[in-house]
Design a protein around this ligand. Sequence first.
Ligand SMILES: [Zn+2]
Length: 343
Amino acid sequence: MKALVLEKYNDLVYKDVPDPVISDNEVLVKVKACSICGSDVHGFDGSTGRRIPPIIMGHEASGEIVETGKNVINWKPGDRVTFDSTVYPLDDWFTLRGYYNLSDNREVLGVSPGTYRRHGAFAEFVAIPQHILYRIPDTVTFEQAAMVEAVAVALHAINIGSISTGDVCLAVGAGKIGIFLVKLLKISGAGIVLVTDRNQSSIENALNCGADHAFLSNDPGLKKSMLKFTYGRGADISFEAVGKSETVNIAIDLVRKGGKLVLIGNTSPLVDFPLQKVVTGELKVLGSCAIRGEYETVLELLKSRKITVDDQISAVAGLSEGALWFNRLYKSTGDLKKVILVP
Ligand SMILES: [Zn+2]
């Protein structure tokens, strides 16, 4: 089959590779769409250490089943599917308690952090365990289904934050996850939705997606503006979707005393943490990791058109042009939204 292989850092090659071989519990999926995730772009240059070459990246995908292993039930060739980005063991302590996203020995599709290497979906075919598959509703396209993972990550953060009706919410970072946070917050009962980002184009995108107010993060009047829209107290819940010292500190600075901070961004292993502000403000700090079953809800939201994703797709391109689009995204300053590659 053809695949887009990260042969060495910053070097993606479109080439022939052997077809994946499925095990008894897996299905072979003919990939129809796979979006480029920010984590792929950051992994591409080696900076995260989670895409050690050689690796076929890609974990936000959809396709059609063409073959099933002998223990596969409920799935057959021709089924339109998307799948969780996490392959988790079924006999794990955390999985058995409903926390499969935290399970030991979980693997992410298209990731090779050194402890494992699991090829992903920037290829014609990918082998997928049956327990992570989800059926795509007839009215949802393969391209839309390739956006489900990113929406589900945002929905998981909202579930972790357990918002109450009318809560003033702030999204720090209006990249893909931040944008879907805004869209989901608007249909989840949030009150005023505020956004901050360093790029003007992302600010405009957030406003177009329903944010009530959005400000550049380097605006010296940022805090004053935010306080104006939060009854002088700060946001009830702050969602941080970048994962760097600067943005974590903005998220904490703009949340009210007794409020919640949901951390989704995962860029830096360590950040400066304003301990005294968190302690004296009794802030609740919550981590949000990947997805825990939110796929079904997101597919339903797409089917009922309660949420749209088409406006966040900048380009649909052939897989053979993958290297070009990775380079464009690498240099992008927020002007490019999602790019979907089609084998
Ligand atoms: Zn992703």
